[in-house]
Design a protein around this ligand. Sequence first.
Ligand SMILES: [Zn+2]
Length: 201
Amino acid sequence: MHDRATDLPLLDVAASGTAVKPSSGGSCKFLCDEMLWGLGRWLRAAGYDTATAARGLADGELLRRAGAEGRVLLTLDRALEARAGAQAVAITLGSEGLDAGARELRARLGIDWLRAPFTRCLVDNAALVPASNDARRDLPPKARTLGGAINGCPDCGRLYWPGSHVRRMLARLEAWQESVPPRRVRTVGVGAMGRRAGDIS
Ligand SMILES: [Zn+2]
């Protein structure tokens, strides 16, 4: 059953030294529209509770879901942000590429890319739990020799362990974290529903 296993770990990495206020990106939940699906996956990799919208979901449904679940809606559609009103907090990113978008989130929202890496399933956002002995039998032999924590997703059964793919992902998270010096990280009150986050880019 190796096809259920993913070369990803649960790394017990504490939050970085960057001060992130409780009301900022440090505690936010997110909903990414379909254009930001990839970025949403990386927010999960950093430990953020992040949902991604189904393809073709109507704008009104997106906003309703964001509001109902207390998630900050991330979008590339400025019209969507304008339509949000008091219903939801929506933030339009000005950067389309993954690296540029990640750096923008760091600079504008104080996203901590090293918040709690690899504590959520990248696919379905579920919080990972230590893998059972039964589940560990699905691991490729090489993964058993690596040491470190092995965790599993309670929803889809994927296994996560500290392999080379994870190390590469972690290096990318670290690069985004360092892309903006802590003193220049701006935090806005995106955690407070009903309050619009200002564009401080
Ligand atoms: Zn899963």
